[in-house]
Design a protein around this ligand. Sequence first.
Ligand SMILES: Cc1cc2nc3c(=O)[nH]c(=O)nc-3n(C[C@H](O)[C@H](O)[C@H](O)COP(=O)(O)OP(=O)(O)OC[C@H]3O[C@@H](n4cnc5c(N)ncnc54)[C@H](O)[C@@H]3O)c2cc1C
Length: 452
Amino acid sequence: MTNNGENMKVAVIGGGLLGLSLAYEMTKQADDIQVQLFERSNQPGGVAGSMSFGGAEVDRFYHCILSSDSDLLQLIEELGLRDQVRFKETRMGFYHNAKLYPMTKPLELLRFPPLRLVDRLRLAYTILHSRLFIKNWAPLEKKSVEKWLIELGGRRTYNLIWKPLLNAKFDGGFNNIPATYIWSRIVRVSSASDKKSGKELSGHIIGGYQVLAERLVKAIEAGGGQVHLGANIKEIVIENNRACGLALENGFEAFDSIIVTTPSHIFSRLIPGASQEYRQSLETIPYLGIVCLLLGLDRSLTPYYTLNITDTAIPFTGLIETTNLINPEFVNGNHLVYLPKYILPENPLARMPDSQVKEVFLADLKKMFPDFDEKWVAEARVMRERFVEPLHNIQGTWQTPQVVTPVGNLSLANTAQIWPELTNGQSVTTYGRMIARKLARTYKEENQFLNV
Ligand SMILES: Cc1cc2nc3c(=O)[nH]c(=O)nc-3n(C[C@H](O)[C@H](O)[C@H](O)COP(=O)(O)OP(=O)(O)OC[C@H]3O[C@@H](n4cnc5c(N)ncnc54)[C@H](O)[C@@H]3O)c2cc1C
């Protein structure tokens, strides 16, 4: 409750998984906090949302859940969706020098022909060492990912395996990426292994994260909150260095507290009334974008959920065949193959028309699979997103933005603050809920923002 005895009005901007889980948790914290969420798109879910494709609703971008995503699974259970989750053994492969290699099991790694035995053992050591022995990741923050991987696994393994993978993931720009990134990734990927069987298990909700997003909307509304879809916030109005409300299409609405969950660059554009210095600090954080071609095929292309590509001649980052996890009957019988390319803003793909992206990617797919025939493609679509992954750096050239901003009544909770966990459904929903609890506590205790 505010000092003058009224309910506290809180606005959450952004209806991706982070904003939705934050708003949901906030409605659970106190009856006198009135939450309104604003999402510019006509559907909730953000990058984890779905779209109509080939006669079914499918993920815009490929998404899977790991059996180790315990907080996310607990949220799914709490929202009554646990019976909609399906887990399955999935496989991973490598495309190296025009050949496909299975790489799911430790033995397959130890047999990987392009590497000498000593290199394979060092690669296995890198993975085991990361999984079992590194508990304190702070020293990794000071080391470049390149230096660390060469120290552990040797230069040859680095040049043949890690370097092409890092190039593909970071669009060549990984000089400033700390070793923490690859450690965190190894730990997450290995956590997909079922402890008893050693099989790699991945899961999904039938209908994708979109179903979770819609269930979160219902839960926010059931808790007394409101969700406004198609609500593109133009500006957060700041007076005397305090956020006082939102400029909406139909006028101004006052709020006691505003929490933004969008990427930092978008946040900066929303606050022209904040200091130039603060806005610039938000804009220096580099983000990867993505260009992704989705194919709906009449047949399966590979047995793998993920195919990593170490061949630098191929322009996309990997090949994800989600229907090796999702039963094709849930997506109108199509076989879904995503060809993603993570990009920095200067990459020519950012400005390439969709028709040309499709042409280039299909030509390269044909190089990988000479039998591939375009007649197999029932539907194809290019998806793009400018800000999908904030990049963390070795130390200090850009700052992680804090939850407490220099503007009163204004907080930021976004993926740039999530580290060393990678950003995914598990980490963003856990983070969003944690921030909601902390902020609600400060509202109650002091009726104003404190450091969280
Ligand atoms: C290619 C790809 C594959 C992935 N694979 C997986 C996976 O397998 N498993 C997994 O768990 N996670 C995966 N992820 C990660 C996961 O999708 C993200 O971590 C998560 O969805 C981020 O949620 P968010 O709410 O932080 O951001 P977003 O989803 O970007 O949400 C931000 C929201 O803010 C809204 N917004 C922006 N500006 C305004 C405005 N002015 N007014 C109102 N609203 C605004 C946007 O429309 C958007 O809905 C993947 C992501 C990508 C891109």
